[in-house]
Design a protein around this ligand. Structure first.
Ligand SMILES: Cc1cc2nc3c(=O)[nH]c(=O)nc-3n(C[C@H](O)[C@H](O)[C@H](O)COP(=O)(O)OP(=O)(O)OC[C@H]3O[C@@H](n4cnc5c(N)ncnc54)[C@H](O)[C@@H]3O)c2cc1C
Length: 442
């Protein structure tokens, strides 16, 4: 069959190459041309491309299963495996340390030239319909016929917006990222770590995360509420550096004697959560059309789930096609799978983000609602019976409902008056004073 894919991000590239290797003719269209001849890659239109990414083990597993050369290139480019040690001493794979750019370059380089895969630069204006059935794409005004249209256009793709019903779950998370990449100087050790993936600290009204990437490169990320514009000053290099000096732990990571910035401060747009099923606005599932990846499920990135949920979806779609699903209605069963396997992750983030903003606004934990998952996990610090339930959730080996059984234990902890301790450091008001004291570039 001929498959036309909107988008050649992680989802489109992975699916495009995997389908071409199965003998299908695939055209993946992206407005981005790939890396420049001089090696740069601005990747406009994918705002998060240069922002911090963590990679869960499912990403490496998906590459090894479908595109082992991409995995090989990723490792050759410096990506480093992470290992988790459990309470009982067993170890588990914890994913890979890598920049998103390093990952996507490796994936792209491995799939370019795949026989049967045409990676085409262009803008998808829309989907060509025959009644409600998808018959192909309109690319820069020209029709491209296909037996199956895959929408892998990501969180901000617009080409199919009118073809699909409004998201079942959606909303701005109320937070935004400001981050910057650094490199450890030769011989310098990494700073403090909260877990093998990251160093994370919760302050009064904001959050800081350091994600380690490959080869001593790391990202410093300050998560701020969008409702408080004062922290927008962080976009200025001197203000960002002043914040780094003022926040204990971060001062160690970014000490100029130990690390140097390798990018300007990167300002992200407002973060969103959304879950959008396959249904058309009239509720029917459109024949010969399927949406995959961030186009279906988008979560705020604090838990680094997006590429995992995208590639899990891509693998599920491949499995269904391998099992002989008709491209005309493959989306029906896929949609049902996404409802049970993807939607709960988005709902989990909606609940966590709303509760975090509430806490940042000075409100106490709402004990009349089911606790958000991060607070269930935090209570494990004082209620050890919660701990065994955490690894499947953290590793995404079971859905967020796997915490339901221990949520009442956590609620009892909070009813008893315990609250997660805040890390030592400036409050948001104090941080604002630090930022205001930094020189503003002309
Ligand atoms: C700030 C931030 C941090 C993140 N951190 C993490 C993390 O730590 N770990 C993690 O796993 N995930 C993270 N994510 C999520 C992750 O980036 C996404 O899950 C991932 O990009 C989804 O891949 P995709 O291919 O579905 O979509 P995208 O990467 O968005 O790719 C979509 C592609 O479609 C193209 N396109 C769209 N419309 C058209 C059109 N009309 N014509 C032509 N081309 C089009 C775009 O140019 C783009 O190349 C983060 C996201 C954000 C916003």
């Amino acid at each position: 069959m001929h498959v036309a894919i909107i988008g050649a991000g992680p989802t489109g590239l992975f699916l495009g190459a995997a389908l071409a290797r199965r003998g299908h003719r695939v055209t993946a269209v992206d407005r981005d041309a790939g890396p420049d001849p001089d090696g740069g890659w601005a990747r406009r239109g994918v705002m998060q491309f240069h922002h911090a990414h963590g990679f869960r083990p499912q990403v490496g597993e998906a590459l090894r299963a479908e595109l082992p050369e991409a995995h090989g290139r990723w490792v050759a480019a410096g990506a480093e495996p992470i290992t988790f040690t459990l309470d009982d001493g067993r170890t588990l794979p914890g994913g890979m340390r890598s920049r998103r750019e390093t990952f996507e370059r490796a994936l792209r380089a491995a799939v370019v030239g795949t026989p049967g895969l045409d990676l085409r630069r262009g803008h998808v204006d829309g989907v060509v319909l025959d009644g409600s059935r998808a018959r192909g794409l309109r690319v820069d005004g020209v029709e491209l016929r296909a037996d199956l249209v895959i929408d892998a256009s990501g969180r901000s793709g617009r080409a199919t917006r009118d073809l699909r019903a409004a998201p079942a779950l959606s909303g701005h998370a109320g937070v935004a990222y400001v981050d910057r990449q650094y490199r450890l100087l030769p011989g310098a050790d990494p700073g403090p770590m909260t877990n093998p993936l990251a160093w994370q600290a919760e302050f009064d009204g904001y959050q800081v995360i350091v994600f380690r990437h490959e080869q001593g490169i790391f990202s410093v990320l300050i998560v701020r509420p969008t409702a408080d514009p004062r922290l927008a000053l962080l976009r200025h290099g001197p203000a960002f550096e002043a914040a780094c000096r003022a926040i204990p732990g971060l001062d160690t990571w970014t000490d100029p004697e130990r690390a140097e910035p390798i990018t300007p401060v990167l300002v992200g747009g407002a973060l969103v959560n959304h879950y959008r099923g396959q249904a058309a606005p009239d509720g029917s599932v459109r024949p010969n059309f399927v949406a995959v990846g961030d186009a279906v499920a988008t979560t705020t990135p604090m838990f680094g789930r997006g590429i995992t949920t995208s590639l899990l979806q891509a693998r599920e779609l491949l499995r269904r096609l391998d099992d002989g699903a008709d491209p005309a209605d493959v989306a029906v069963g896929f949609d049902a799978w996404c409802e049970t396997a993807m939607r709960p992750w988005v709902a989990d983030h909606v609940r966590m983000d709303a509760a975090m903003l509430d806490r940042w606004a000075g409100h106490d934990i709402d004990l009349d609602q089911r606790l958000p998952s991060d607070l269930v996990m935090a209570a494990a610090a004082v209620e050890p019976a919660i701990r065994p339930a955490l690894p499947p959730y953290l590793a995404m080996l079971a859905g967020p409902e796997c915490l339901d059984a221990v949520e009442p234990l956590a609620a009892a902890v909070y009813r008893g008056g315990w609250r997660p301790p805040r890390d030592e450091g400036p409050s948001r008001d104090e941080l604002v004073a630090v930022l205001r004291g930094a020189p503003v570039p002309a």
